[in-house]
Each structure stands twice: as C-alpha cells, then as structure tokens.
Design a protein around this ligand. Structure first.
Ligand code: 13P
Length: 233
C-alpha cells in the first residue's frame, strides 16, 4: 500500500522544518512518499518516507530557465515524481506529448513516474470519464516498452474531487479502478481527490486499489496519522 503526499505549493522554510519533525513521528509499514516543493528536496531527512518530486522538465538539461531535470532529481535521491497532475495540465497547459517526454526522462534516470489522470466535472456529467482516461493513458504510455510501462504508478484523480471535499461514490471509483486495471493489469493504481481521515473507511473498501495520493491531508500530520491508522485497521 502506497500513500503519496503532494504538498503542492505550500509551506515556507520554517513551516517545513516543523512539518518534517511532525512527519518523523509517523510509524507505519505503509509506503509513504513525500512530494515537497523542489526547494526542500535536498532538506528532507526522514527515515519513514521515500522522496518524490512534483514535476520534472521534459528536457534532458541545458538552457531551460526555471526547470529541474530528471538527472538533477536523481542526484537528490528522488525515487518518484508526479507527472501530468491536473493542476499542471490546467495552469501550465501541459500536454500528453510533454507528459510522455517527462515519463521517458524519469524512467531513463530510474525514477518512478506517478502519472495523474482524471476527468473534469463536465466530462463526468456527459459520461465521458472512461474515454478521457483511456485516451490520456494511451497517449502517454503507448511508446513505452511493456517493462517500462509496468513501472508507472497511475493516480486516478477526478478533477472535480480535488480540493473540493466531494468524492465519487466507492462504486464510481471502483468502476474506474477496474477499468484501468483491465487495460493495465500490472500497474499500481492510486486514488486521489479529497481523501481524508473521515472518508478513508469508505475508500479503503474499494477493491484492487494500491493506495492514495493526498493533497490537503498531507499538510495536516495529525489527521494524516489517523488516516494511516484507519487504513491499516
Ligand atoms: P486533495 O487531497 O487536496 O483533494 O488533492 C488531491 C491531489 O491533487 C493530490 O495530487
């Protein structure tokens, strides 16, 4: 079971120091992956978490101001990296073409991509969610070898559920997880979108789910501890 913590663009230096002390108190055998802002990647010193990044450049290296390359991440002991998060697709206009290149850069540096996919509210309302998911997965993964493809962790994050407190029903999530697993049976699949300590009892009943990608909850260590405890019970 994996729980990946996406801090997004949060925590100043002082806050991050305190946050890290709180995280260190967590004792669990669940695989925790901390994805802080890039500026803290080299400051993470936790024995109970693996390190993840939130983004990577689609270029190898060179004159790309503000970008961070996969090999730079690797040099900081980053083991996982989010790619294709809906916030980047929306605010940075990231395309599947770029996301595909990012996935390849990461794999060439032995970093596991956590590929985020999910439908908008409008797509859900017009029953297009499976089509959208299938298309995004295909466009990003189709050029990879089967061995490479199987390394990808897929995170199903319905966009309308991110940060809204609204989650799909367990039946709706199960249906999508089954759909993804039918097409990509060897990949780990996570759920993300308003997962928290209150709805985890419900979420953990979903079959075949390999874990969760949490945003807001990642910033609340006390609630996170409850979440992890409930997940295990
Ligand atoms: P929330 O858990 O805050 O809804 O965010 C989910 C997410 O976007 C994780 O990548």
């Amino acid at each position: 079971m994996i729980v990946a913590l996406n801090n997004k663009c949060n925590l100043n230096k002082e806050e991050f120091t305190i946050y890290q002390q709180q995280l260190q108190e967590i004792k669990t055998d669940i695989d925790l992956i901390l994805c802080p802002s890039n500026i803290y990647l080299d400051k993470v010193n936790l024995t109970n978490m693996k390190l993840g990044a939130q983004n990577v450049s689609d270029k190898e290296c060179g004159a790309y101001t503000g970008e961070v390359s996969a090999s730079q991440l690797k040099s900081l002991d980053v083991l996982y990296c989010l790619v294709g998060h809906s916030e980047r697709r929306l605010y940075q206009q990231e395309t599947n073409e770029q996301i595909k290149d990012k996935v390849k850069r990461l794999l060439s540096c032995n970093i596991i991509p956590i590929l985020c996919i999910g439908e908008t509210e409008q797509e859900r309302n017009s029953h297009q969610e499976k089509q959208v998911i299938e298309k995004d997965l295909k466009e990003v993964l189709q050029e990879l070898t089967p061995v490479e493809q199987q390394k990808i962790v897929i995170a199903y994050e319905p966009i309308w559920s991110i940060g809204t407190g609204i989650i799909p029903t367990t039946e709706e999530i199960s249906e999508i997880i089954e759909f993804i697993k039918t097409k990509y049976p060897h990949n780990k699949v996570l759920y993300g979108g308003s997962a928290n300590e209150k709805n985890i009892d419900e979420l953990k009943s979903i079959p075949n789910l390999d874990g969760y990608l949490v945003g807001g909850l990642s910033l609340k260590p006390e609630q996170l501890k409850i979440f992890l405890k409930k997940l295990k019970n």
